[in-house]
Design a protein around this ligand. Sequence first.
Ligand code: AMP
Length: 286
Amino acid sequence: MILFKRVQDLSLFLGSARAKGQSIGFVPTMGALHDGHLSLLEAARPYSDLVVCSIFVNPTQFNQASDLANYPRTESADIARLLRAECDILFLPSVEAIYPPDLEPMPTLDFGQLEHVMEGKFRPGHFAGVAQVVYRLLQIVAPHRLFMGQKDFQQVAIVREMLRQTGLPAALHMCPTVREPDGLAMSSRNQRLSPAGRTLAPEIFRTLRWAADQAPFLPLPEIAAAAMARLAALPDFRPEYVEFADGFTLQPVESYAETSYIALCAAVWVGEVRLIDNLEVKRPTL
Ligand code: AMP
């Protein structure tokens, strides 16, 4: 594995790889790597001569200073994991390298309603920060393919729309959520859960499955409200939303028959830790 910290060095290296016809697969992360992240590297491997992983805790996507300060940083363990996963290139830039003072502003993008629902509603400014950093990283890495997790379903929708509006050529792959044996979606934030919170956290996934099972039969807002109540009844659980959303537009869906692609998304505070999860309830037939 080759480690790059400077933008220019990485660009030069990847430019010459591209010129030789090598394909580049890219997995952007914020570190504290777990098997969910590694599954993205595995998904990238068959498509890519070079698999590039970045670790960058992007300050512009945190809407709470405490969340940024508490975000786990485990650099040497991350490097060991990437070595075992046979990652080809690790990009580990500083904040100054990603956002130098003379950086050209990114094009103005309009995500419309995509950024005003769910995560966008509860974390104002979050997706502007995500779009900014992914755009910057894509300019530097210029991958052929970009691998992101379904775990962050709305993030994938935002990046898909960003690629469409900017015309950046990377093909976007959404990879399935990797879970702990008890169903809890893997997340860097899980390590901040208290023992009691960790024991109960799989209830989020169980509740999503319970709600998804009812979706063909009952009005969706009714099921979502029952799921909210079920989660709110658990000690130290504060659900922010449980929502059936159109898988493409992310707008709320009222009935199972209304559209061909439905995702059920949730955000829940478990003690001091905010967790998100989702399920695809109905998938479009291609
Ligand atoms: P993060 O480091 O949280 O920014 O995540 C980096 C990438 O890993 C994003 O594309 C996430 O959606 C993805 N990811 C995070 N958790 C999981 C998981 N449990 N399963 C699959 N992908 C994940």
